[in-house]
Structure formats: C-alpha cells, structure tokens
Design a protein around this ligand. Structure first.
Ligand code: 4AD
Ligand code: MG
Length: 477
C-alpha cells in the first residue's frame, strides 16, 4: 500500500482507495475524530476511528502529539471545512505522547513560552507555517540568482581579517582560556593558536565575494554571518543568514535595480507557492492587530502588504533629501523622535527610517548617497568628496532590510581611505590586489534573510523566524 502525505491526500479525488499515512495527532475528539498533521501542509486531515472495532487501550493512546500510522479508505467528506477524510481500518501507535507532560497542548501559547520550547514549537501551526515560508524563500533566492546567471559562492565562515567593520566579532580560538600562551609584552600570543593568528567568525562574505565577482562576473553568497553586538531588539540576531550578491560592472543604479527586482521576485514566489501558510499567517496577524489600539493597527493585511511590494516601485531618495524631510517632519519639530535630526551627517536611527517608509512615503524606500563618515571604507566616494555610493533598502515594519554600495574601484582612493581610518594594508593585501589587476566598477549588497522572512510572514520578533535564535545570553539548543 502506498504511503501518502496529508497534502497529497487533501488534494486527491481518488476516493475508495486504501491508503497509508503517518503523522502526529493534533487533536482527538469524541473518541472518533483524529486531526492528523505530518508537516506537508498547515492543514490536518480528519481520520475517523472505527470506535466499535478499536481496542480501548489503543484509543487511550491517541493523544495530542502522539505519532501514529494509519491505514484507511479515502472518502469524500460530508462535514464542513474539509473535502476528504479517512475511514480508518487499521491504526498503529508509533510513539506515545504523555498528555500530562507534553507542553504543546491544543490551545494558545505565548511566543515567549514557545521560544523556551523551540524544539517543539515547530509543531504549532504558526511556526510550521513560518518555517515552510522560510524554506520557500530560501529556494526562491537560489532560483532567482541561478536563473539570472549568478554563481553561488561559499564565503569562508572563519576569517582572518576584521576590516569590514560591520560589527563586533566573535573570536575563534583553540587556546586554553585559563592559560593562554603569552608574548614578551604579556599579550596573548595568537601565533601559537590553531591558525597561527587571531581569527573570527565572519560578519559578511562581501570582501571575499568581491574577489570572485572580479572573475566570475556575477556571484552571490547565502550563508550564516555573526555579530557580537549586544543588541536586544526584535530585529537583531547574533547569528543570522545573509544573502550577498556582487556584480562586476554594475554601478549603484544597477545595484538598486537588482535589489528591487530580487526582493519582488522572492516575495512573489511565496505568494504563488505558500498560499495556505500565508492565508493562515494573514489571519493570525489580523487577530493580533485587533488587540492593538486603533491607531497602531495596520492599514493592509499581510497578503495585501506582500502584493503591494510586488506591484509598486520602491521610491529612491538621496540621504540629503531624506534629512530635509526628517528635519521638517512633525515628530522632529514636536521633539517626538528619541534622536532629533539637527544636521546633515548624522546617522539615521530606525525611528527615522520607519517614519520615512511608514508615514511619509508609505512605500519601500531606497536611500542612497550617504555621508562617507557613517559608512564603510570600501564604498565609492562621490565627486563631492563627502558622500559615498551607498544604498539602504528600508521596509515598512522592518526598517533596513538591505545594505549595499558601489565599491571603490580606484586603488589610490581606497588606499587613502584605509590610511585615514587606520586600516592596515597588510591585512587586506589580497583585497587591494583586485584593484591592482583589472580593476572595474562593481557593486553588491547584503540582505538579512531573517528580516525578509519576518516581513513575509508578518512576525513581530526576529527570534521567531529562525529555528534556534542566538542572542545575548541565549544559545540554548
Ligand atoms: O548593512 P550590513 O551590515 O551590510 C553588510 O554587511 C555589507 N557587507 C553587505 C554587502 O554590501 N555585501 O548588513 C546587511 C543586512 C542588513 O541590511 C540587515 O538586513 C541584515 O544584514 N543584518 C542583520 N540581520 C539580523 N541581525 C543582525 N544583527 C543584523 N545585522 C545586519
Ligand atoms: Mg547596514
């Protein structure tokens, strides 16, 4: 007998055939109706127990969370809310689940409680929907780039350079923390360490990706990155996945076009391929929204928001224009911003980014041409000598989702910049080589994958869109 999954059977009209399926009990009602889920879809299939001919001991063991195997006849359902059901002919308990101890009971659990039970939370509707959408987005990312002639580049995770400056790094060492070797000056002697130098977990694969773009033309990374910042926010993780395309001969405008087209493409993929999960998440968000004060409620439903992104152009605004808008904005004049915008050159906080996107433009925004002082050393200096060809994509409810730039391709300008910032050329000799041998205009960006999953699923906290979040003071599981 063929084993089917729930998704297949729910779409089948092949009635009267005998089928086998395995899964976990979600609920068991009236000693008769099992709602069975196997992860293949958010939906459960109703399986009807032949009460008279089933052993009492077996009936007792059909509890929420138990793993079971069922044989039965697929039949058209007369009940509301489902098209098919299974009339069980044989049932086997594969793994019991003691109802007294099983934490995931069929009721509403808080996200805090579920985070403490992250190994079991995937058995709830919300988390299984989020993680199926995450998986679909991941596939859509690879699909987009491969279809558009990019090569997937695996950036190293352990890195010997810390020059990117994107954030605090985690050291990687095998030295004995209690008794490390020391040099004459009393400092830890990393030449005795595993790699013969101090190494870290990477904050970004960009610098290495640039070297590959300068030979393969178009590359992208999609891997874990690490930042040891002590940021306890709903948007920051210490370990997150980043997608970083890098393209030779692309300028900043090409880079903005790529970012916009890429984001639209992957979101559009989920609209087509994750219908049931998105419908569930749309409903979940609507219910959550109802509990909020009227002013904080969202004007659009989740699916409307996703469609809006796909169907509308992102607005492109220079940093200088944005500062003017912010300076003259009501929250700035009424001193409602925590950080008031007083002069050109200040870094934007997420309250400012969200004002621009959610209140002013009501649309995703790409800010470009930032002051050189607040951006990384590798961004291309504009002719004005004070701004660089940087771009950030800002999203409603999220703030910055993408950060990128056209890279400084002129060796002398790059060297001068590094000198000004005290970055040792010896550390980045290989990076500078790309500017010595066949240098060319090139650009790229980084998209935080979890922020994309957050936006697409409407989840409020980034810890709820990655299986096992790593944040300050938290690395359980
Ligand atoms: O803006 P960032 O720091 O840019 C870079 O790392 C560049 N090297 C990218 C490039 O040009 N190739 O980070 C890129 C994106 C951010 O826009 C944000 O979406 C995400 O990564 N991000 C984080 N996501 C979760 N937790 C954190 N701590 C994050 N820090 C950045
Ligand atoms: Mg950034």
């Amino acid at each position: 007998m063929t084993r089917y999954n729930v998704a297949e059977l729910l779409n089948s009209t092949n009635f009267s055939q005998e089928v086998n399926l395995k899964g976990w009990v979600r609920t068991f009602r009236a000693n008769r109706f099992i709602a069975l889920n196997d992860g293949s879809t958010i939906n459960t299939i109703q399986c009807i127990v032949d009460f008279e001919n089933t052993d009492q001991c077996i009936l007792k063991r059909i509890t929420t969370g138990a793993a079971i195997s069922i044989k039965g006849i697929l039949t058209e359902s007369l009940g509301k809310g489902q098209n098919v059901e299974i009339q069980i002919t044989e049932i086997e308990i594969l793994g019991d689940s003691n109802p007294e101890e099983y934490p995931i009971q069929p009721k509403k659990h808080s996200f805090e409680f579920l985070r403490e039970n992250a190994h079991l939370r995937i058995r709830t509707n919300t988390f299984s929907a989020v993680m199926r959408v995450r998986s679909a987005l991941s596939f859509a990312v690879h699909k987009y780039f491969i279809k558009n002639g990019f090569y997937n580049f695996h950036a190293p995770i352990i890195t010997g350079s810390d020059a990117e400056g994107a954030g605090e790094m985690f050291n990687v060492t095998t030295l004995d923390a209690n008794n490390p070797p020391r040099n004459e000056a009393g400092k830890i002697d990393y030449s005795k360490d595993f790699f013969g130098k101090l190494t870290n977990l990477t904050v970004s694969g960009q610098l290495e990706a640039e070297t590959y773009a300068m030979a393969l033309g178009k590359v992208y990374t999609f891997g874990p990155t690490f930042r040891a910042e002590n940021s306890n926010t709903t948007r920051h993780l210490a370990e997150f996945w980043m997608i970083e395309p890098e393209v030779a001969f692309n300028n900043l405008d090409d880079n903005m076009d790529l970012a916009e087209d890429f984001i639209k493409s992957v979101i559009s993929y989920t609209l087509k391929n994750c219908k049931d999960d998105l419908a569930f998440l749309d409903d979940r968000l609507a219910q959550e929204d109802k509990l909020k004060p009227a002013l904080e409620r969202s004007e659009m439903s989740l699916i409307e928001k996703l469609k809006f992104i796909v169907d509308n152009n992102f607005i492109r605004v220079s940093y200088t224009e944005a500062i003017d808008i912010l300076k003259n904005s009501t929250p700035n004049k009424k001193k409602k911003f925590q950080y008031l915008i007083e002069e050109w050159g200040t870094d934007l906080q997420s309250e400012h980014e969200r004002f621009l996107v959610e209140k002013h433009f009501k649309c995703p925004v790409i800010l470009y041409d930032y002051p050189a002082k607040i951006k990384a050393f590798y961004m291309r200096l504009n002719d004005d000598g004070k701004t660089v060809r940087a771009m950030d994509v800002l999203f409603p409810g999220i703030g910055e989702i993408v950060g990128g730039s056209q890279r400084e391709e002129r060796l002398d300008v790059l060297q001068q910049k590094m000198k000004d910032l005290g970055i040792d050329e010896k550390e980045l000799w290989w990076y500078l080589d790309t500017r010595k041998f066949g240098t060319a205009v090139h650009s790229g960006f980084g998209l935080g994958f979890e922020r994309l999953v957050q936006f697409t699923t409407g989840m409020g906290n980034i810890r709820d869109v990655i299986p096992y979040p790593r944040t300050p003071q938290n690395a359980e599981f």
